[in-house]
Design a protein around this ligand. Sequence first.
Ligand code: WQD
Length: 340
Amino acid sequence: MDKILVTGGLGFIGSHTVVELQNKGYEVVIIDDLSNSSVQVLDGIKAITGKAVIFKRLDLKDKTEVESFFSKHQDIKGVIHFAASKAVGESVNEPLMYYENNLASLIYILKELKKLPSASFIFSSSCTVYGQADELPITENAPVKTAESPYGNTKQIGEEIIADTCKVVPSLKAIALRYFNPIGAHESVEIGELPIGVPQNLVPFITQTAIGLREQLSVFGDDYPTPDGTCIRDYIHVVDLAKAHVIALGRLLKGNNKSNYETFNLGTGKGSSVLEVVNAFEEVSGVKLNYKIVGRREGDIISAYADTNKANNDLGWKPTLSLKDAMLSAWKWEQKVRGN
Ligand code: WQD
């Protein structure tokens, strides 16, 4: 079976995707610099699939390292590129770190893929490229707006770099997957989200509050023009998201792509408010969550959820897990990590 490189393969979405690739029989090689992940994740992957995976700790900003790696792996047929810095707030304070890390690594990988007889490339993008969309649900044709953060800008620029390269490198085929809000953990409780420090995202903050690691969840604003006043997002189970990557890769490897560069929104198509997520957590966990309403968070958009028709029809992918499935899996994972 084809050899696939997964960069950032020890991260949250990367590790779940490695599991699904191995389940489909692919030979997987992981590159990760361990800046936002732990080498123990390898044990979790092995516990689920029972299959070995080649792991190389490598900084993708090091051009020579990237060249040397690919010289030893000329049989790579595809790359799923997760490796990137992804904290929105941090990117505002450290723009150069974000532009260098997220774009240099992308460019060096593409330069190596250009040398191969053929290559399939899946890019981890984000619904953040849409900003606050004018129309909901959000389709892939929605205008890409001025990024709200350097992080979001690296996703927009990254997509442009890939699109421009695919135009002049016929052997390179690519898909950008624009994730909405990935949450949850693998049902085996062997892998999940491992935020370092205080979580920025809602769901890990909920589970850390429920387990007693955090005092109280702050709900950032309940005065938005939404039914319950809190922001709406499209929360997608990370396992559904991982399976979409394997389907997208297969589309390219089989030559079923309609053009050399395509984009797909990956969401459930259903929006959930912050309070609805809290309620879903309380229902599945039986834990009453300690939270308070505070002021709005700078940069938050009001509402975002995906139009999933293109992914359903062209990719042949549909999410199967619910918000409650995701919240329960996130809770079970939190309890495992905290040893409860
Ligand atoms: C969701 C909702 C918050 C924390 C970000 C990135 C996006 C992608 C996913 C990388 C919002 C509210 C949150 C808290 C809260 N990341 N919230 N209290 O901002 O939609 O997306 O993560 O690709 O690019 O922008 O996700 O989980 O931070 O927030 O009330 O302690 O939960 O205001 O409405 P977001 P989030």
